[in-house]
Design a protein around this ligand. Structure first.
Ligand SMILES: [Zn+2]
Ligand SMILES: [Zn+2]
Length: 182
């Protein structure tokens, strides 16, 4: 993928309230390539529509997004699905999640986040200051990752949320405090 093109595009549609988020992500291992989206949709009996492709593209380029951030990205992306309503975005996200192209994660931030990195049981680290989210590889490489020990539930999934302060927020914090690094 052309890095310059991707950076420019992502810059234009970056959500304003999470400035700590990197604007460009390389394709994670767990995600299908763009070329495979169409075949995957058709194999699940879904038509390949501009709306579905636009939502997948937004998530593919920007990583973890709230539904309204997906909506904004699709609108400002200027593609053929730019007039898509928020309600349609929710419907499409539901379809894509059911077909396994999109994963929905709840990190306790007041809304589900969506991403195209699926099937690798990865976890998340989140900055409690700016909300920046980063993927963390599954510790053992397969679900459920963690052994809960004593429980009557037959556990098949463990989702770990790591919380802390990202390097950007940590740096601005030490600047504000007048801490010098030298
Ligand atoms: Zn932060
Ligand atoms: Zn993730």
């Amino acid at each position: 993928m052309d890095r310059m093109t991707q950076d420019t595009r992502a810059e234009a549609v970056a959500p304003p309230h999470r400035s700590g988020r990197p604007h460009s992500e390389t394709r994670p291992e767990g995600a299908l390539s763009r070329d495979a989206w169409g075949a995957h949709l058709r194999s699940r009996g879904l038509r390949v529509t501009q709306q579905r492709l636009a939502v997948l593209t937004a998530l593919h380029e920007q990583g973890h997004l709230l539904a309204d951030e997906v909506s904004r990205a699709v609108r400002t992306g200027g593609g053929r699905a730019a007039d898509m309503s928020l309600q349609s975005v929710y419907v499409v996200l539901g379809d894509l999640e059911r077909t396994g192209l999109v994963r929905k994660v709840d990190l306790g931030t007041g809304g589900a986040l969506f991403e195209t990195r699926v099937g690798d049981n990865h976890h998340h680290a989140i900055c409690r200051v700016c909300g920046f989210v980063e993927d963390v590889p599954c510790a053992v490489g397969r679900t459920p990752c963690l052994d809960p020990g004593a429980t009557s539930i037959r556990v098949d999934t463990a989702e770990v949320v790591f919380r802390g302060v990202c390097s950007t927020c940590a740096a601005s914090d030490s600047n504000n405090l007048g801490v010098k690094n030298d």
